[in-house]
Design a protein around this ligand. Sequence first.
Ligand SMILES: [Zn+2]
Ligand SMILES: [Zn+2]
Length: 70
Amino acid sequence: SSRYKTELCRPFEENGFCKYGDKCQFAHGEAELRNLNRHPKYKTERCRTFHSTGFCPYGPRCHFIHNEDE
Ligand SMILES: [Zn+2]
Ligand SMILES: [Zn+2]
């Protein structure tokens, strides 16, 4: 799949565990995440939408910083 390891695995992010293990199509942690679709400014600037409205439709996939510890 072209989306292989381009997004973080939600169960793994939330629970630190994923039942698919090594076969999972999603990245287990930033280290596994493939960079090809990553915005060059990925997480280098604060998300204007999130910080003005408290909500961003992109959620965890947003290219901008939502929380300072991201
Ligand atoms: Zn997974
Ligand atoms: Zn955002």
